[in-house]
Design a protein around this ligand. Structure first.
Ligand code: NAP
Ligand code: G4F
Length: 336
């Protein structure tokens, strides 16, 4: 029988990659999107899945919309990817971040408990929950949480609520503690895409310089396409669980910049990058390095795309976007 899945956050970065994976596995995919006056399907278009997803309108902050969603679809699997996911904005948007990322998850778990308790649930947890905590330089599933942003704090609540529904009601709920993962459809506010977009424009003479914050922070960056496979694998296990998904390879923003500029033939980029304190965080996480050992041993998951391939993929995609834009005739309005 065909399986049915709901993906929240369908128009973000991970939603379209996960939808593509599930559609290839012959799932019927429902995508929850917020009500927008002008919805942006650029990311689902990029992956060629817009016409295959059944879009439904709802909101993580509106419990009634989630109850209705689960009651009418009765999904076999729910992947909760919706979030106010930008750490940098979460200090100014602490309440919205909490309502969407914490209470929204409670609403969705309740909807499943009441209307589809056998449905399996995936929660998009994050390495931001660790803050600067580590065990001998590495984060694992047992490293204690010490979040440093309202975003991280909101995700810790959701993490424990997901565990609690498993322990209290026997539901199949899982947390994927995913480390940073990127792709050509990453939002432009995140540092990797901000860099790949700027490097393409600088190479083509469309931008002079890129302004950034802390270049010394290190992140464990992987490819979104690889990480959505781990999400699916978690829900195919006999029981729910909590899994860390990472490459185990940290790199600094400086290293990302260096590879991106070198990819377009620019070896000395010192004059092309400036520092703007506005892009620095009130509280920074200095370095993240995750061990995916449990995911590898239990799920059989491994990252496939290397850091170097990821940087090249993102820069090439932004160069291609600029090429297409340049070849598209400008819309001209006739004077009447
Ligand atoms: P993203 O690109 O920011 O996508 C998040 C999606 O959530 C957006 O499509 C957004 O809708 C939607 N959303 C926001 N508020 C909502 C609301 N009130 N109701 C319904 N939908 C709402 O994030 P992503 O990179 O795909 O990440 C997916 C999930 O993984 C997020 O929960 C994120 O926190 C988590 N995560 C991401 C990473 C990473 O490195 N990418 C790592 C760890 C965890 P609009 O499109 O309408 O704005
Ligand atoms: O790309 P970022 O904004 O990602 P961040 O904060 O690590 O969060 C992402 O990964 C988390 C998983 O660890 C997710 F949970 C979360 O939803 C999101 O997807 O920033 C990465 C690093 C930070 O240290 C930041 O201070 O880059 C540094 N940075 C330096 N200059 C900058 C900039 N970040 C941004 N966004 N913009 C800058 O100009």
């Amino acid at each position: 029988m065909q399986k049915t899945a709901i993906i929240t956050g369908i128009l973000g970065q991970d939603g379209p990659y996960l939808a593509k994976l599930l559609l290839e596995k012959d799932y019927r995919v429902f995508g929850l999107m917020q009500r927008h006056s002008a919805p942006n399907f650029e990311n689902t278009d990029w992956l060629g899945v817009t016409d295959k997803i059944e879009f439904v309108t709802g909101d993580m902050t509106d419990e009634g919309s989630l109850l209705h969603l689960v009651r009418s679809i009765r999904p076999a699997e729910v992947y909760n990817l919706a979030a106010q996911s930008f750490v940098g904005a979460s200090w100014d948007l602490a309440r919205v971040t909490t309502e969407v990322n914490s209470l929204g998850v409670l609403h969705l778990l309740n909807a499943l408990k009441y209307h589809q308790p056998t449905g399996k649930f995936y929660q998009a947890a994050t390495s931001e929950m660790f803050g600067n905590n580590h065990d001998n330089g590495v984060q694992t599933e047992t490293t204690s949480f010490r979040p440093r942003s309202p975003y991280g704090i909101s995700k810790v609540y959701a993490y424990w609520m997901t565990v609690n529904f498993r322990e209290s009601f026997g539901m199949h709920t899982s947390n994927g503690i995913l480390f940073n993962h990127e792709s050509p459809i990453r939002g432009k506010e995140f540092v990797t895409r901000k860099i790949s977009d700027a490097v393409a424009k600088i190479k083509l003479g469309l931008q002079d310089k890129i302004m950034l914050g802390n270049l010394d922070a290190k992140r464990d960056w992987g490819f979104a396409g690889d990480y959505v496979e781990a999400m699916w694998m978690m829900l195919q296990q006999p029981e729910g669980g909590d899994y860390l998904v990472a490459t185990g390879e940290p790199h600094s923003i400086r290293e990302f910049l260096d590879l991106a500029f070198k990819h377009v033939g620019i070896d000395d980029w010192s004059d092309l990058v400036g520092i703007d304190p506005r892009f620095k965080r009130p509280a920074e996480i200095h370095a993240l390095k995750g061990s995916p050992q449990k995911a590898t041993e239990t799920l059989g998951w491994k990252p496939k795309v290397s850091f170097e391939e990821l940087v090249a993929m993102m820069v090439d995609a932004d160069l291609e976007r600029q090429r297409v834009k340049a070849e598209t005739p400008a819309f001209s309005v006739k004077a009447v």
